[in-house]
Ligand binder design. Structure first.
Ligand SMILES: C=C1C[C@]23C[C@H]1CC[C@H]2[C@]1(C)CCC[C@@](C)(C(=O)O)[C@H]1[C@@H]3C(=O)O
Ligand SMILES: O=C(O)CCC(=O)C(=O)O
Ligand SMILES: [Fe+2]
Length: 413
């Protein structure tokens, strides 16, 4: 069974979108975040990380009760308290068909959504329906494999790529009731990096699935760049600024698999968080489970057949200098049905400096940073939650008084 573990300290979650309260960058905020919260060594007689992972969600579906490490605080797991979020389904086809009125409508829909809860859905995206279905079904095919086969792709510590079960190799409490398979995507060279990842990690039998995800990621990138054009238009910033910023992007593809759960009200498939990345394109199946926190209420995002869910992440919130909001969301699970979702996380090239366009840059709300640094922060030092960007900002540049204290301690020693 998953090793018992000390609870991790996590800040409580504000009841509104934190960015909505974003003030100009304040370098005098409190002390740097808690030190890196990594998985404590398994207790004597406990099982090690690999054992914990093996005993995690894969083998637990048959249990009548969920193990303690999967139990989340009520504040995080409290039930949805309102109707589904009424979010626009924006027809992004208007960016290509010359419909000027349609374009103005789409820009207005996106502006209203992104300046509040940061979520909207898109139709007219041009992603082939058969490809989307193959990508979802391919996820089921992978997650149905025996654990030993899935573990051949297990996550390399300190990176985001690979297979994990409940993140039991990283965390010791508040384990998410999910399995995930993540891999990187970029098209800066001629190599089909996703197809190669599947063939090299899972073997020749998985070449067809690797080609499905290679094609899927290529289409996700193209859709991301189209959405960047719409975001430029809706923000009134220099045309091409965001599209060019992500032309050489490095992104993360994540397949989420949420098994049925015997006690869904006590755990979460994915805990409350803001995506640290720039933009997320989520293809979900028809089960439902994604919820967004809006004015203190968890609001379900109902699946719309053929549409894809888009949300702003921390990196784009910084690129818009806080005008568009990266907001708290989570995924709940249920007793009866498995659920699958495919999240394409658009990220800048690792070394690009994240900085808003000149027209939107004063006063600055966030410091310059690179995605490489923010990604490393989430993979090695801080479990992404609702305060990741604030914690990262403090981690990057501790407030002056903290630096002075460190010098005094240094001098006194
Ligand atoms: C950069 C990333 C870290 C996570 C995957 C991508 C974007 C979303 C992040 C995540 C899903 C936010 C909730 C917590 C998390 C640990 C998870 O539940 O998977 C996050 C991902 C991660 O750190 O692997
Ligand atoms: O599965 C979902 O609906 C949401 C998952 C999510 O928010 C994430 O993986 O970042
Ligand atoms: Fe997310």
């Amino acid at each position: 069974m998953v090793a018992k573990a000390a609870a991790q300290h996590q800040p409580s979650h504000p009841t509104h979108c934190p960015a909505a309260a974003a003030a100009p960058m304040d370098t005098t905020t409190g002390p740097a975040p808690a030190p890196p919260v990594s998985r404590p060594a398994a207790p004597p007689g406990g099982i090690d990380a690999a054992g914990a992972e093996a005993a995690a969600v894969c083998d637990l579906r048959k249990e009548p009760k969920i193990p303690e490490p999967f139990v989340w605080p009520n504040a995080d797991a409290r039930p949805a308290s309102a109707d589904a979020l009424d979010m626009p389904v924006v027809d992004v086809g208007v960016l290509r068909n010359g419909d000027a009125a349609g374009l103005r409508r789409a820009a207005a829909q996106v502006a209203a959504a992104c300046a509040t809860h940061g979520f909207f859905q898109v139709s007219g995206h041009g992603v082939d329906a058969a490809l989307a279905r193959a990508a979802l079904d391919g996820a089921s095919e992978f997650f149905r494999l025996p654990l030993a086969e899935k573990r051949r792709a297990r996550r390399v510590p300190g990176t985001v790529s690979g297979y994990t079960s409940a993140h039991a190799d990283r965390f010791a409490s508040k384990l998410p009731w999910k399995e995930t398979l993540s891999f990187g995507f970029h098209d800066r060279g001629d190599t089909p990096v996703v197809a190669d990842y599947f063939a090299s990690t899972l073997g020749q039998d998985f070449e067809p699935l690797g080609r499905v995800y290679q094609k899927y990621c290529e289409e996700m990138k193209e859709l991301s760049l189209t959405i960047m054009e719409l975001l430029e238009l809706s923000l009134g910033v220099e045309r091409g600024y965001y599209r060019e910023f992500f032309a050489d992007s490095s992104s993360i593809m994540r397949c989420n698999y949420y098994p049925p759960c015997p006690e869904p009200e006590r755990t979460l498939g994915t805990g409350p968080h803001c995506d640290p990345t720039a933009l997320t394109i989520l293809l979900q199946d028809d089960v439902g489970g994604l919820e967004v926190l809006v004015d203190g209420d968890w609001r379900p995002v109902n699946p719309v057949p053929g549409a894809m869910v888009i949300n702003i992440g921390d990196t784009f919130m910084a690129l818009s200098n806080g005008r568009y909001k990266s907001c708290l969301h989570r995924a709940v699970v249920n007793r009866r049905q498995e659920r699958r979702s495919l999240a394409f996380f658009l990220c800048p090239r690792e070394d690009r400096v994240v900085r808003p366009p000149p027209s939107a840059a004063t006063p600055r709300h966030y410091p310059d940073f690179t995605w490489a640094d923010l990604m490393r922060f989430t993979q090695r030092h801080y479990r992404a939650d609702t305060r990741t960007l604030d914690a990262f900002t403090r981690w990057l540049a501790p407030p002056a008084d903290a630096a002075a204290t460190a010098q005094q301690l240094e001098a006194a020693s």
